[in-house]
Design a binder for this molecule. Sequence first.
Ligand code: ANZ
Ligand code: ZN
Length: 822
Amino acid sequence: MTENAYHPQSLEPAIQERWERDGYFHAPAHPSGEKFYALAMFPYPSGQLHMGHVRNYSIVDAIARYQRMRGKTVLHPMGWDAFGLPAENAALKNGSAPAAWTFSNIEHMRGQLKRLGLSYDWEREIATCTPDYYRWEQWLFLQLWEKGLAYQKLSTVNWDPVDQTVLANEQVVDGRGWRSGALVERREIRQWFLRISAYADELLAGLDTLQGQWPDQVLAMQRNWIGRSEGAEIHFPLADGDDVIKVFSTRPDTLFGATYLAVAAEHPLAMKAAESDTTVARFIERCKHVAVSEASMETQEKEGVPLGIQVRHPLTNALLPVWTANFVLMGYGEGAVMSVPAHDQRDFEFAHKYQLPIRIVIQSAENSPENPHELEAALTAPGQLIHSQSFTGLDSQAAKGAITEALVARGLGQKTVNYRLRDWGISRQRYWGNPIPMIHCPHCGVVPVPEKDLPVELPTHYQLHDPRSPLLDDPAFLQVDCPQCGAAAQRETDTMDTFVESSWYYARFACPDAEQMLDARAADWLPVDQYVGGVEHAVLHLLYARFFNRLLRDVGLLPKDGAHDEPFRRLLTQGMVLKDGSKMSKSKGNTVDPQAILDRYGADTARLFILFAAPPEQSLEWSDSAVEGAHRFLQRIWRMVQDYTGPVPTLAQPLGDAARDLRRAIHQCIERVTLNMEDRQHFNVVIAACMELSNQLARAEATPGSDEHAVLGEGLRTLLLLLNPFAPHLAEALWDKIGDGVTILTHPWPVADPAALHSDTVTLVIQINGKLRERLDFPIASQTKELEASVLAHPEMARHLQDKTVRKVIVVPGRLINIVVS
Ligand code: ANZ
Ligand code: ZN
């Protein structure tokens, strides 16, 4: 081993020490000049980094380092999404306390991140399970409670009758409790909700401002999730009594085709009918055992039973029967639908199955059928109304408005908008989470914990023996005096969904030590300029964070200036890391431990490989030989720079041909790389361009003192600057040898020199009778006449033109020459 061989195992820690000592990655309290906030979705401290983490953080680190070189003030923080179920599960398994387990994992993973040389401002580190963090969430909860944006309602949970505990969905395996194996029951209990529905319209409109900055697929998923539908609420009076059944319909134009109503099994009228009708009662009971997810609603066999009651059509007064059906969701619209079998496929199938009448009221084509017997499927397209009283002849669009107005005039309906988006249930009956700051008093009901008593600290001393939350059995936590009347009262034992913590951490990073939830620093640093994480967070996390950002604004912690509505200006969703074609996972046993790669090749190789193997948004197939290849590439750069003799001289103009061509290659590379760093973010293309440049540099025959030698020096420096975002340790160490004596970290990103890009020749496409035959170089300043002559005289053209008569030569300047022959 020679003294100056490439030894990343010793080199990288030394460079990291230097970075840390000089504090290069500390962001100032307030940005000076242009700011750039780069953020990766923070990890759950599970214990070990996996390759998905390495990919995520390498992408963001490359961006952060690039932006520093662009002269921006960069904020690049890291922290821990530290509450959650795995800590409880681990505690149950090995008798540790969730807090101790979590903090020791954080210790270990922090070490791994540091070994990767990621340019974090570690002074801003956050762990969400510390009272310093979660107390502000409790504070916000109190504000939301005051505004009516946090509330309680009955909701269903999974109950394990043996372990006597509520189970999270992931603890239910094939309908049984994960530990006890007992059949899980559904129970209704009071739980806490956040009124995200109040922000549905704003969250939807905000998506338009993200167009082009977020992946289209993520925008589409959020739009669907919010699911805005315009339509009408229509009232059908009961034939007996003066009650009405309300339905929501997006097609009021089909009102005259409604032949029956269908209500959900949980609808009050179905429940009432069940009291005296055992068929209805048995049907409702059966529905209870089917999963409530919409997906299974969609695929299950459509079934129903009549309730034995009738309603009047709001415009014809005709009597229609009321059914209960398993495809009607209680949680959507009014929990009831008007069924229009001629124009809705689901209703069509149901009507066929149960012999219910079908009435065609829309004609969508020339010879659209009028007779229901001719129908093989529902006619779902809009069209012209028939058999619809005075509305006959209107088109669907006009009829929607006109029919809704007629309903309004009769007091039997109104225009409405419905959303699929449900309020966010944040209650978890788990221990390792943020306590909801509420008190239950036998006299006053639900009373908020006074602000001065915050935080409600989560006790951390428990040894867990069974899955039941220890908070339920701890009088020291449970018993409290009512803040209103002083009577003995009980604390709320539900904790918050961990998605609450991850909904605002990005804002807290701007002011991690603030004596309030956020201070003025947050407005200066937000929004995050580049957010990067897995596409599995496309809906929940990213929607909740967009919701919270608006809550923070509306409680006065962020400016209402329109520039702070959205938390993440630009989003990149990185692809998965695969091995042998499937996602790396412990259960498949196909993981590669990042630590092993770090130990063997060093951080620069790991990072370079992972960014070279695929564009960031696509999945990446692990390849040992490609890791080797990345390592060899770095070794080669190392050697090239070590072999470069003497200091880099300044360029003396004019350059000889070879030197000029080499210099052009260098500056073309700068152009190409910069474009890909900025807009496309295809770092694999960037690295490929650097590899190509390194080949060109390696071919240069540069004797010291020659102009080519000087250009080679410029080339090697440029290469280090371009590679710095990807292999920062190597770049920094080699910069010591051929750089400018100042760290490469803040060295300005190279700019392509237009004079170097300039070429004296231009390449033209040569066609014969319109067919491509050659590409030839000509002096750039040639006139059309000169070109005509030189192309015909060109030695390469002789074989194309022999035995032919040239009829005409057409020159398109700068592009092509077409020679017409016969
Ligand atoms: C009559 C009708 C006629 C309908 C027609 C559609 C087509 P989106 O677009 O998803 O909002 N619906 C309303 N509430 C429902 C519930 N709780 N469970 C199941 N289905 C329900 O869907 C709105 C349509 O879904 C509504 O418009 C209603 O059926 C049905 F030719 O009303 B429609
Ligand atoms: Zn009280």
